[in-house]
Design a binder for this molecule. Structure first.
Ligand SMILES: Nc1nc2c(ncn2[C@@H]2O[C@H](COP(=O)(O)OP(=O)(O)OP(=O)(O)O)[C@@H](O)[C@H]2O)c(=O)[nH]1
Length: 203
């Protein structure tokens, strides 16, 4: 079996676009709704993710009607005050009807078309509960917690973690069987944190 064979059936994976952040490095705007090549950034991520999974959803905390207009379910964080991407992940885990959930951020429109297949193949091969992308940047591996496939049965573990006031992704994933999946083209994961970075994505 090649590394990109879908070892976990596509129908058993829900895709979640994380768009619930503060966007403070972009002046507090709703990043997912910023225009990129004529479409909201979050819609790019959604359209790229949809063929890789069985169903898709969005995690957002403001302008919910604008996200709902993208035609998929939209869930606000179940924890207030912008607890970070883990809070969006919790919304996804609570609402997904499938065995697996995969997340992508709204601000990274060019992620690989085989992202989910590669994460799923690694999770199945290693019998892992979590498969997380890691970028190989000149020999340094940098984990990408927002590009992550995980079993939805982890929901109770995450609820307990967040309700204990914990917020650090690494501290939570360390409690579970996790496999890192290395991607060698960091440019595929370029994202827009600032207005300048958004302009650069458009080149
Ligand atoms: N649901 C949810 N998503 C979040 C939250 N914080 C960040 N995200 C998402 O996680 C991804 C990475 O977020 P960052 O770019 O690090 O954070 P941000 O809040 O969007 O932007 P900054 O305020 O500039 O750090 C983006 O897709 C965000 O929308 C949150 O509190 N809830």
């Amino acid at each position: 079996m090649s590394a990109t064979d879908m070892a976990i059936p596509i129908e058993s994976i829900t895709g979640l676009v994380l768009a619930g952040g503060r966007g403070s490095r972009m002046g507090g705007v709703d990043k997912g709704l910023q225009s990129h090549l004529g479409m909201p950034l979050a819609l790019h991520a959604l359209l790229r993710l949809a063929p890789q999974v069985g169903e898709v959803m969005i995690s957002a905390n403001r302008n919910l009607a604008a996200y709902e207009a993208m035609g998929v379910p939209v869930w606000p964080d179940p924890i207030e005050d912008y607890a970070g991407p883990l809070a969006g992940l919790l919304a996804g885990l609570e609402h997904a009807q499938t065995e697996w959930l995969v997340t992508v951020p709204c601000d990274s429109p060019n992620f690989p078309l085989d992202l989910v297949a590669r994460l799923a193949a690694a999770a199945a091969e290693q019998d892992a509960e979590i498969a997380m992308a890691a970028l190989n940047e000149e020999g340094q591996l940098r984990r990408q917690p927002v590009f992550c496939l995980l079993r939805t049965s982890l929901v109770e573990s995450l609820v307990a973690f967040l309700h204990a006031g914990e917020r650090k992704v690494d501290r939570w994933t360390a409690r579970h069987r996790m496999v890192e999946v290395v991607f060698d083209e960091p440019a595929d994961f370029a994202n827009a944190n600032t207005t300048d970075e958004l302009r650069q994505l458009q080149r």
